[in-house]
Design a protein around this ligand. Structure first.
Ligand SMILES: [Fe+2]
Length: 140
């Protein structure tokens, strides 16, 4: 690798694409992105199942905390799409727990499916769903 070439992250944060205009939420999204990069790095460093399981567990935990923060904020501001948005969080939480169980049971050996799935879901959810709420707040 050339000296001036910074290694690319698996998931590169981009303000223009992902900022929802709410600093607290942006910070939490950045933390989720960092955790996803950690999962990806651990995977490619050939870390063992236990280490990967720990990173995955950290992600699940932080995602729960983050969803709760967003939902509280939506409720505080009487967001009309709160129920719909919360349902997307619930569905995702169920899906991630299912993936985590499959990983723990050895059904999924490498979490490459998990990291790709999470990355795509998060990027899309931020751009399509969270930004809508950010716009609602900004327009008030
Ligand atoms: Fe959200």
């Amino acid at each position: 690798m050339q000296e001036n070439q910074k290694p690319r992250n698996f998931f590169e944060w981009n303000d223009r694409l992902y900022s929802v205009g709410i600093p607290q939420i942006d910070d939490q999204h950045k933390e989720l992105v960092a955790l996803l990069n950690e999962l990806f790095t651990a995977m490619h460093a050939g870390k063992g199942r236990e280490a990967l399981g720990n990173v995955l567990q950290g992600l699940v935990k932080y995602a729960g905390y983050h969803f709760a923060t967003e939902e509280r904020l939506m409720q505080q501001h009487g967001y009309p799409e709160y129920a719909l948005h919360k349902e997307k969080h619930n569905k995702m939480t169920r899906k991630v727990l299912e993936l985590k169980t499959q990983f723990d049971d050895g059904v999924i050996s490498a979490p490459v499916q998990i990291s790709n799935f999470l990355k795509n879901w998060l990027a899309r959810h931020i751009m399509e769903t969270d930004r809508k709420f950010g716009k609602y707040l900004a327009d008030r």
